[in-house]
Ligand binder design. Structure first.
Ligand SMILES: Nc1ncnc2c1ncn2[C@@H]1O[C@H](COP(=O)(O)OP(=O)(O)OP(=O)(O)O)[C@@H](O)[C@H]1O
Ligand SMILES: [Mg+2]
Length: 620
């Protein structure tokens, strides 16, 4: 077999295969070109998800006759005037997008350079370029692409449905629209207008327009700087989450990216407050000196490489974590509004298991700032120590945070007088406990409404935060078993657990082999209470250590174990509590970081204001 040099058309088709994965990639390249050409208005029309037709019109700088012809050649670009790949000032720089599209489709480009009297048009089909011809067009460029991938049947075969391609086109355009607020963007699919964003004043207004008020009401603003690297944007509250990471919009120096490092940062930052299969919504813009980031690592330019990945990682994680902590007491408003809508419909009255509405708790942000104190164990009268006793055993002064509470604040915090609680909403935003329903929901009265607390979710968060606090101080406080508890498990589960024996020891869980299909538990964390369901806990832990493998950092892994233990150690639903105990739980929530959500991102409480109640009854 002889080596031969491939013909130009084949080279271009191979290159096109890398750059153009699907119609959305072609749209992305052409819209980026329009942005680079300083357009203030870009319109995209597609048919059949872009598979059969794409037309992009812009009012940018346009091209002369010669440039129009050169634009279709590979490695021909106007965007690297200084041959400097470290200082890239445009979205494009490879000089191959148009050549690639021309290699696999039928493409007509018409353009009129700014200030010129005439327009020119050129046609290319399967890599064969024709001569430019005079045309008529206002200043700007219009590109029509038909039958994408007709020249590469293999790629054509793997196209997804028109709907999937349409959604991908829309996603690509939304990301570019967020990155360029000063450009108007419109998308029309099969003759129907999808969106039409006018020129926006700033990134914030564009974001509001695209993500809607709902996101605005459920987002924390992010702003941080470290060594010349700037991070800005908005990140959703942990209780406002989605089933995939599609709604994470990340930008590096104005370029939309899908970067593993950045997604990893987001996951790490929310790991404490979200279940692993849930994803926050966010839009983050990272700005750093161009020489510190390499954008030339991916043919489609969607991944980047940082000179100092550790610095970037640290900045993003700490900025997000700080915001999450500052809003620890806040809860998303979406659930409430949806529920309120349902409640307000008469046919739903009396429907079982109806969620109670709430409104946003954002104004009560910074739960950890409240300096509250829950009653110490010894203040519970003997006769009141009932079913929730082991709940209280976790509230001993050594383990709680009593010592951090200023003495001056103590006097008024001891109160259980409902009126005193209601008179001091700034100290007691969760109000006075009035009742417990279905042995899991605490109803509390506040000066202007009511609060419903999910006692299991709330307690889970409290126990988790206590675990972490202990961990930071002197390690998890554990108690030895009088006789080891033997837990029968599957052999594979035993092996997995024993592989992580040392890790478990760090969190106060001492285990040992006991035959091949059982383990012996010698000690457990005190916070787990007297009779934790160890079998269920061990099974869960065995499952988790395999799932996460070694991908997690040490801290992330320990926190995940603590979170699982907290879940199993918390008061399950079905535990009756008296008023005293309920008030103690409310006070503890008020002073606990992140108490607005459980470890899985579910809200721990919802609020219903008097005006909402009045709306429900048609009084307003
Ligand atoms: N809409 C447009 N308006 C004005 N000039 C354009 C437009 N589209 C393309 N061009 C010109 O054509 C050239 C080639 O475009 P092409 O997209 O192939 O390469 P590029 O943008 O330079 O780099 P990349 O391959 O990374 O996108 C550009 O450098 C630019 O000068
Ligand atoms: Mg380009």
């Amino acid at each position: 077999m002889r080596i031969r040099h491939l013909p130009e058309t084949l080279i271009n088709q191979i290159a096109a295969g890398e750059v153009l994965e699907r119609p959305a990639a072609a749209v992305k390249e052409m819209v980026e070109n329009a942005i680079d050409a300083q357009s203030s208005q870009i319109e995209v029309r597609i048919e059949n998800g872009g598979k059969s037709f794409i037309m992009i019109t812009d009012n940018g700088r346009g091209m002369s006759r010669d440039d129009l012809s050169a634009a279709l050649d590979r490695h021909a670009t106007s965007k690297l005037p200084d041959d400097d790949l470290l200082n890239i000032g445009y979205l494009g720089f490879r000089g191959e997008a148009l050549a690639s599209i021309g290699a696999v489709a039928r493409m007509q480009i018409s353009s009129r350079e700014r200030g010129a009297d005439e327009a020119w048009s050129i046609f290319i089909e399967g890599g064969r370029k024709e001569d430019a011809e005079p045309s008529s067009l206002p200043e700007g460029t219009k590109i029509e692409v038909r039958d994408l991938f007709y020249a590469t049947p293999a790629r054509l075969k793997f196209q997804k449905s028109a709907r999937a391609e349409y959604l991908a086109v829309k996603d690509v355009m939304l990301r570019l629209a967020m990155a360029c607020p000063h450009v108007a963007f419109a998308l029309v699919h099969d003759g129907k207008k999808v969106f039409d964003y006018p020129v926006a004043d700033d990134a914030q207004s564009r974001l509001d327009e695209i993500l809607g008020n709902e996101f605005g009401h459920n987002a924390m603003s992010i702003e941080a700087e470290r060594e010349g690297i700037l991070l800005r944007g908005h990140a959703g509250l942990p209780t406002y989450h989605r089933s995939n990471s599609m709604h994470q919009y990340l930008f590096v120096n104005g370029r939309p990216v899908r970067d593993k490092l950045l997604h990893g940062c987001v996951r790490a930052a929310y790991s404490d407050v979200l279940a692993r299969d849930r994803h926050p919504v966010l839009a983050l813009f990272l700005t750093l000196p161009p020489e510190q980031v390499d954008v030339n690592v991916h043919p489609a330019k969607t991944e980047v490489r940082f000179q100092d990945p550790g610095l970037v990682r640290g900045l993003i994680i700490s900025a997000l974590k700080h915001a999450i902590h500052d809003h620890g007491f806040a809860v998303t408003s979406t659930v409430s509004h949806a529920a309120l809508d349902r409640l307000a419909r008469p046919q739903n009255y009396g429907a079982p298991a109806m969620a109670l509405p709430m409104h946003t708790g954002r104004h009560m942000s910074g739960g950890h700032a409240y300096s509250m104190q829950m009653p110490a164990t010894n203040t519970i009268p003997e006769d009141k120590r009932g079913m929730a006793e082991d709940f209280y055993t976790s509230y001993t002064p050594q383990m709680g945070w009593d010592s951090e509470i200023e003495p001056s604040a103590r006097a008024d915090m001891q109160t259980e007088d409902p009126q005193a609680l209601l008179d001091n909403p700034e100290h007691f935003p969760l109000g006075a406990a009035r009742a417990q329903l279905h042995e899991n929901y605490i109803i509390a009265q506040t000066p202007n409404g009511m609060v419903v607390v999910d006692q299991h979710a709330a307690h889970e968060r409290l126990v988790y935060e206590k675990f972490k606090k202990q961990m930071q101080r002197d390690g998890i406080i554990k108690q030895g078993m009088l006789t080891p508890e033997i837990i029968e498990l599957e052999e594979s589960e035993c092996i997995r657990l024993l592989e992580h024996q040392d890790t478990f020891e760090q969190v106060g869980l001492e285990i040992d082999a006991f035959g091949s299909d059982a383990i012996a538990v010698h000690a457990i964390p005190v916070l787990l209470g007297d009779k934790p369901k160890l079998k269920a806990l061990m099974e869960k832990l065995a499952h988790e250590v395999t799932e996460s493998g070694t991908a997690q950092g040490v801290e992330e892994r320990l926190n995940q174990i603590l979170s699982t233990m907290a879940c199993h150690g918390s008061i399950r639903s079905g535990r009756r509590m008296n008023t005293h105990e309920m008030n103690a739980l409310l006070r503890d929530m008020e002073k606990t970081p992140l108490s607005g959500q459980c470890n899985h991102g579910r809200p721990t409480y919802v609020t219903l204001s008097l005006s909402e109640i009045e709306t429900l009854f048609g009084r307003k």
